[in-house]
Design a protein around this ligand. Structure first.
Ligand code: PHE
Length: 357
């Protein structure tokens, strides 16, 4: 029996000395594996007498069970130690200051749009929407652009390829098609704004191929230019949060309004910044006019019974003016320094009651 005692002491010492799971497994194989020391002992039983085998076999099985138990215990201990070490090394001290990261912010264009919607909502306008990909009827024909009329060319339109049926879809050049969609689907009185993206083949400091407009449309009985002027002036005073905004109406032509005008805001563009209410420059911010009778008729509204006004404002332009950004193209540059300088908190949604910006 002494050989078994010695072997047990030897294997248990090896188990105790194993420093990691790989070393422990090597010990297991050398003792209990096919050619291991304990497995070898079991193979000697066959040559023994029954009495001898009974006694010796029992002793070897006891040895084998003890070694197996020791291996299991050691394995559990090594795994616990490995987990403890990992937990200790991955500790995160939540009381330390967080590393500085740029927080997400609301883009000035979206902020401007939200401010405009808040003001018009308070003035009783509902928000209407239409698709960015339009057809010729809604973008041009229903808005009194005759076929082949030069005003179509002035819109620098992005066209899609002509379809098999001859129709050519386009990216809307203005939000005015939403006027048509609204008048076709609603009965007067109508009082809506339509904020959205618009597209033209154009690119310089005050034009980008994608830009944003807010369209306005009012249809009711007895509507005249005075209502239009009051609406625009009231809006601008609230938007710029001051009465010191100087504007000028310039006569203009749009096929879908008669009479038509453009409105400019006085500003100073001499320095690197742009300032409103002073200076010698004028920045065009909107087109407007009384809805043309042909447009009303195209939308199933009797011009002898109803009149209306419409306007289309450049959102990006108004944002530039309000927040002093000199170049419209920066809006699309995705420069994180610019965004952190001009961006707005996502938690400060503009509304007329608590202040806009
Ligand atoms: N749709 C015109 C433009 O984009 C603006 C406008 C809208 C003019 C409504 C008059 C009435 O230039």
């Amino acid at each position: 029996m002494t050989d078994l005692t010695t072997l047990e002491a030897d294997v248990l010492a090896q188990v105790a000395a194993a420093g990691d799971l790989a070393a422990l497994d090597a010990v297991r194989v050398s003792a209990l594996g096919k050619t291991g020391s304990i497995s070898g002992l079991l193979k000697t039983l066959g040559a023994m007498s029954p009495d001898e085998r009974k006694e010796r076999g029992a002793a070897i099985n006891v040895l084998r069970d003890r070694v197996q138990t020791a291996l299991n215990d050691k394995k559990a201990a090594l795994e616990t130690a490995a987990l403890d070490a990992r937990l200790a090394s991955e500790t995160l001290d939540l009381t330390l200051p967080a590393p500085h990261r740029r927080r997400g912010s609301v883009h000035p264009t979206m902020q401007t749009m939200d401010e405009m919607i808040a003001i018009f909502a308070e003035m009783g306008f509902a928000v209407a929407e239409g698709p960015d990909i339009e057809d010729d009827f809604h973008n041009f024909t229903a808005l009194n652009f005759p076929p082949k009329h030069p005003a179509r060319e002035m819109h620098d339109t992005f066209f899609f390829n002509t379809k098999e049926d001859g129709e050519r879809m386009l990216l809307r050049t203005h939000t005015s098609p939403v006027q048509v969609r609204t008048m076709v689907s609603q009965k007067p009185p109508i009082r809506i704004i339509a904020p959205g993206r618009t597209y033209r083949v154009d690119n310089d400091a005050t034009h980008t191929p994608v830009f944003h407009q807010v369209e306005g449309l009012v249809i009711d009985k007895g509507i005249h230019m005075g209502h239009l002027k009051w609406t625009l002036e009231t809006f601008l005073a609230r938007f710029f949060e001051t009465d010191a905004v100087t504007t000028q109406f310039r006569p203009h032509h749009f096929p879908f309004t008669e009479p038509s005008a453009e409105m400019d805001v006085q500003c100073d563009r001499s320095g690197g910044e742009i300032k409103i209410g002073q200076g010698t420059s004028w920045l065009e911010i909107l087109g407007c006019g009384m809805v043309h009778p042909n447009v009303l008729r195209a939308c199933g509204i009797d011009p002898d019974e109803y009149q209306g006004f419409a306007f289309g404002m450049g959102v990006d332009r108004l944002g530039m003016l309000k927040y002093g950004m000199p170049d419209l193209r920066d809006m699309w540059a995705s420069d994180s320094r610019w965004l952190s300088h001009y961006g707005f908190s996502a938690f400060a949604a503009p509304n007329a009651a608590s202040g806009l910006s």
